[in-house]
Write a protein that binds this ligand. Structure first.
Ligand SMILES: Cc1cc2nc3c(=O)[nH]c(=O)nc-3n(C[C@H](O)[C@H](O)[C@H](O)COP(=O)(O)OP(=O)(O)OC[C@H]3O[C@@H](n4cnc5c(N)ncnc54)[C@H](O)[C@@H]3O)c2cc1C
Length: 221
């Protein structure tokens, strides 16, 4: 960021782009420096346009940055991002933000692409003692599920209101939080997703007795 608060962007190029589920993409480009898992990048396709923000979704020992995004059909950036090909140009900021992963036995709660910072935390070696509650629609909405399963085992809880499958809680993640008996009151709760998700989850956690200062949120607005 410069003195006026404007985010500084530098030119880079696409190393990899993949559609991992319908209208959901991972996009990788060369890493330029260190970051703390949970931080984000500003991304644009031209130097003079307003960038959009994306959580880094790769580990802090990996060679490249990766982001995870979904196409917003009328959006300014994501339809064009999804058309990028390997070698195409893009502009990216340095990592910033303070939604940091910790070594503690935190809860991670996310819906949809809100899983991105937790992918970074998990891929950076912070997953072992965590409990992840992920809300998604279809089975394919549980991005990086195999990796989360292998690291978190039974502490990886998938919630879907429309998909019935073994091992998946049948209902929204907010319903799961309302009914589960195993909600520790002495742990931190990291939430990532839309403002509505964060408000809904915050209300449930507070009602269930989690102190407000143990709720930490990253809002995708
Ligand atoms: C801290 C942070 C981290 C984020 N991390 C991620 C991430 O990891 N992955 C991710 O996918 N997203 C993330 N986001 C959201 C991301 O920054 C973008 O907002 C998102 O990708 C949409 O960008 P866009 O330019 O395609 O859409 P935008 O142009 O910003 O439009 C967003 C929506 O608003 C609607 N809209 C636009 N203009 C109007 C209008 N005039 N009237 C009514 N509706 C309108 C569009 O139809 C679209 O659905 C993050 C946001 C924040 C704040």
């Amino acid at each position: 960021m410069n003195k006026t608060g404007k985010i500084l962007l530098t030119k880079t190029y696409v190393k990899n782009i993949q559609e991992i589920a319908p209208e959901i993409f991972t996009l990788s480009f060369p890493r330029t420096g260190d970051f703390r898992p949970g931080q984000m990048l500003a991304v644009a396709l031209n130097i003079d346009e307003a960038p959009r923000l994306y959580s880094i979704a790769s580990g802090n020992k990996e060679k490249d940055y990766r982001i995870l995004f979904n196409i917003q059909s009328e959006g300014f950036l994501t339809p064009r991002l999804s058309d990028l090909k390997v070698g195409n140009r893009l502009f990216v900021s340095k990592p910033f933000g303070s939604f940091y992963g910790t070594n503690k036995a935190d809860y991670w709660i996310a819906a949809g692409t809100g899983i991105a910072p937790f992918i970074s935390m998990m891929e950076s070696g912070l997953g072992d003692n965590k409990t992840l509650i992920h809300g998604g629609r279809a089975l394919e909405s549980f991005y990086f599920a195999d990796k989360f399963k292998s690291v978190l085992n039974n502490n990886y809880i998938q919630c879907s209101s429309i998909t019935k499958a073994e091992g998946i809680y049948s209902g929204r993640l907010t319903e799961y939080l309302n009914i589960t008996e195993n909600l520790a009151l002495d742990r931190n709760y990291y939430i990532c997703g839309s403002s509505q998700l964060i408000i809904d989850v915050r209300d449930i956690l507070i009602r269930r007795g989690v102190p407000y200062n143990q709720i930490i949120a990253e809002i995708y607005f």
